[in-house]
Write a protein that binds this ligand. Structure first.
Ligand SMILES: *Cc1c(COP(=O)(O)O)cnc(C)c1O
Length: 351
């Protein structure tokens, strides 16, 4: 730290992204990327858009939002586009949370929530998930906090039902409830349909996981017209050109090929079920997943050792040091060949 770093950030502990090592080729099952390439239309759209990068991108993202509105069945005034859904989490915390509306989220969830809370000096309550790692809905009913829930949750993979999400939104009419649906396309139920009914619901999503574009950095938020206007106040006070013209073009093309991505999600779901059964066959405890990853612990080998041994053999998974989950690993679901290789390797390591 330099002697110039502001004291206001003294307590900041930055988020640790999953490793992206460049030393050799790994089977990369550590950051929940898609193993499938983007659709052909994305390549064409990006090269065409490259011709006009001398011009600023459209800060309103009009064409992309029109396409989003068509695909998701909303009006474009209910939609904001962001530079990865991480950005809308930060914007939403800035817009809707403070000491009078502190944050509440589970103790085991996406590691960025406490980081953005501290960055913005917002107090937060970390609410323990139950022993089976499920979120107890009762903990959030009428909580008088700004609620943020990943649904399905990460890194557990466990999903709340739409009725449970609605109960939380309905019981907190004077606070915003943020539902982070980064993994919803792998078997969860989206809360998008509730937006017309509740003015306190913000739903966030991303092109990073189900649409093979983690490197493109494209996310979105859905909410009432007034909530989206507030997010735009923050966005125009931070970076109005948050969506560059190549990203916007890639997003439009991806939505035109939406069927391709949704079929890929079906393949991932099949591969997930195969992996869950194979891991259970090797004696692992595997939490029920509605995502493109599984969260599992072996009874025979601790989480950190398994992570290290897999890495030595060229397979990357994600290990977290939080005490409650230190014996687990989060394993992204890739192609069936990748998963077969993972299982063969784990078998060798645990025999
Ligand atoms: C991956 C992830 C995100 C963010 O993804 P972006 O790449 O920033 O769009 C948000 N929330 C959860 C729970 C995630 O796992």
């Amino acid at each position: 730290m330099s002697r110039f770093f502001s004291n206001k950030h003294a307590a900041l502990v930055p988020y640790t992204p999953g490793e992206q090592p460049q030393d050799k080729e790994y089977i990369k099952l550590n950051t929940n990327e898609s193993p499938f390439p983007p659709s052909a239309g994305v390549y064409d759209a990006v090269s065409r858009a490259a011709e006009s990068v001398n011009l600023y991108s459209d800060p309103e993202c009009k064409k992309l939002r029109a396409k989003m509105a068509e695909v998701f069945g909303l009006s474009d005034e209910n939609i904001v586009m962001v530079n990865g859904s991480d950005e809308i989490l930060n914007f939403a915390f800035m817009a809707f949370a403070d000491e009078n509306a502190p944050l509440a989220f589970p103790d085991i969830t996406y590691g960025f929530y406490p980081v953005f809370a501290r960055l913005n000096h917002i107090p937060y309550a970390e609410i323990p998930v139950k022993d089976d790692f499920t979120v107890d809905v009762n903990d959030y009913l009428g909580i008088h906090h700004t609620v943020v829930l990943a649904n399905p949750n990460a890194p557990t993979g466990i999903c709340l039902s739409l009725a449970e999400i609605e109960a939380i939104v309905r019981s907190n009419p004077d606070n915003v409830v943020i539902v982070d649906e980064a993994y919803v396309d792998f078997g969860g139920e989206s809360a998008i349909g509730l937006i017309a009914k509740y003015d306190n619901l913000l739903v966030c999503g991303t092109f990073s996981k189900s649409r093979s574009m983690a490197g493109v950095r494209l996310g979105f938020g859905f909410g009432s017209k007034a909530l989206i206007a507030d997010i735009n106040t923050i966005r125009y006070s931070t970076n109005p050109y948050n969506i560059n013209s190549l990203t916007a073009a890639a997003g439009i093309a991806a939505l035109e090929d939406n069927g391709y991505y949704m079929e890929n999600c079906e393949v991932i779901i099949e591969n997930r079920e195969w992996t869950v059964a194979a891991l259970r066959g090797l004696g692992f405890e595997v939490l029920p997943s509605k995502t493109n990853f599984v969260f599992a612990q072996s009874g025979k080998i601790d989480g950190l050792t398994l992570y290290r041994k897999l890495k030595e053999r060229g397979i990357l998974v994600r290990h977290f040091t939080l005490p409650r989950i230190a014996d687990f690993n989060r394993i992204t679901v890739g192609t069936i060949e990748q998963m077969q290789c993972l299982i063969t390797t784990i078998k060798e390591l645990t025999e």
